[in-house]
Structure formats: C-alpha cells, structure tokens
Write a protein that binds this ligand. Structure first.
Ligand SMILES: [Mg+2]
Length: 251
C-alpha cells in the first residue's frame, strides 16, 4: 500500500497506481466531533422506560448492550430491532429524540476538544467536509444549533437524507460524494468515526482512508476489526494524518 501522496496525474490512467489525495472528509458527529458524555444511553433509557422496559431489569440491560454495540447506526433501525413492530419502534424513537433533544438543549454536549479548529484546518487545506449522524434530522439540527455549528460545513447528512439506511451501509458517505462532487472517486474520501459501524460504512464506500477515533464508543481493537485503516486519538489528529505519509495499520 502506497502512502497518501499529493494528486498524481497518472492516477487517472494507471489503475495500478494506488496513490491518492483526500479531497472529501466525512466526519461522524457524536463521539467523533461532538462529545455527548453518554447522552445516547441516557436518552435510550428514557425511551425504553416509556415503552415499559424497567431500568435495572435484565431486559433493559440486554437492550442497552445492543444499543452500545450498534452505536452509530440509524436510531430508528435500532428501535425496530429492539421492539419489533413499527408502531412501537416509532414511539421509542420519538421518545429517544425528545429525551436527547432535551439533554442537548440543557447544554449537555460540547465539541470534542479541537474539533471546530480541525474542521476549519481541513477546509483551509483545500478539503471539503461533510458531517454525518445516525440521529434524525431534528436531533442533528439541535446539536448543530447548540454548538453554533450551522454553516460550519457545506453539508450535513442524516440517514433519511441518503435513502434511510444509515450505517453500516455506505449510503451517507456516497451521498456526501454525490451531493458535493468534491472528489473524482471514492478513494479520495476519508471517513472518520468512533464506532464499528462508522468503519464498516467507510470500508463499504471504498473510501481511501477509514480512520477510527478513540474519543467515543468503541476501542482500537473494535475499530480495526471492522476495517479501520488508521486509529487516531482524536479527530484533531486527522489533518496531520491526511498530510501523511502515515503507515497503514493492519487489517
Ligand atoms: Mg459516533
């Protein structure tokens, strides 16, 4: 595997030339650029209680384990799995969004240290940046409003903006490319996130860089096991990583 190099014109004609430069950066929000301090779990507990799942019960613990393992997935998908029928899933999702939004409005979120400056650095390096989430749009907007981040990047995407599947499918990453036209191909995309599902979505999209960060839900081993090409301490290390040439980590 070649290091990440500046654009080489031969890229366009030589299919064996694997060097590329990153032109589009797709960043996850909660756990990657936004520190939410476990709000997902608190909001989940509120939603579960609304549906009669008692805190402290074995059922609650099992469902919470599932929520942790699937962190990053479209939340409505998680609730469909947990509660079976569509009406209950929607009820749970509405309760979750309401609880999470209330916690956001109460000031319980903050940027991951350096995240805003990192995004600005990536953009001043000539890269385009898109923010993605597994939350619904109303929650995504509540987070962006709370942080004063509306307008920080040119495009933000939630699962419904990309056909509804969310992660671990590559759809939001591919939608970011299609909507922005920011790169000539998928190898020029870098995906960064804190969960296994972020890594899978990056791998499945064909992104040249799939970077796991250690500020969120999953650890180095989990990130590597799901296809991370690199693991970094936080998103603040991403501009340096993309300036390369970094050694690729083993799959
Ligand atoms: Mg995340």
């Amino acid at each position: 595997m070649n290091p990440i190099n500046p654009t080489n014109p031969t890229n366009l004609t030589d299919p064996t030339n694997d060097s590329f430069s990153t032109k589009l950066v797709v960043l996850d929000m909660a756990g990657t650029t936004v520190a939410d301090g476990g709000l997902v779990e608190r909001a989940f507990s509120a939603a579960a209680e609304r549906l009669g799942v008692e805190p402290g019960s074995a059922d609650h613990a099992a469902k919470l384990d599932y929520v942790r393992a699937t962190m990053g997935e479209s939340k409505i998908s998680v609730f469909r799995h947990l509660f079976g029928d569509e009406a209950k899933a929607r009820q749970a999702n509405a309760a979750f969004e309401e609880a999470y939004g209330g916690l956001v409005d109460a000031g319980h979120i903050a940027p991951v240290p350096g995240a805003r400056a990192t995004i600005e650095q990536l953009r001043s390096d000539g890269r385009r940046v898109v923010l993605t989430t597994g939350f619904a749009r109303v929650t995504q907007d509540a987070i962006l409003d709370a942080l004063g981040w509306q307008g920080l990047v040119e495009l933000t995407l939630c699962p419904a903006d990309a056909g509804g599947r969310g992660r671990p499918y590559p759809d939001m990453v591919l939608a970011a490319l299609l909507r922005t036209g920011a790169a000539d191909g998928v190898r020029e995309i870098a995906v960064a996130g804190d969960t296994s599902y972020d890594m899978l979505s990056g791998v499945r999209s064909g992104a040249g860089v799939v970077a796991g960060v250690l500020t969120g839900a999953h650890d180095r081993e989990q990130l590597l096991a799901h296809g991370a090409t690199h693991v970094i301490g936080s998103v603040a290390e991403l501009p340096g990583l993309l300036a390369g040439p970094p050694a690729r980590e083993g799959r």
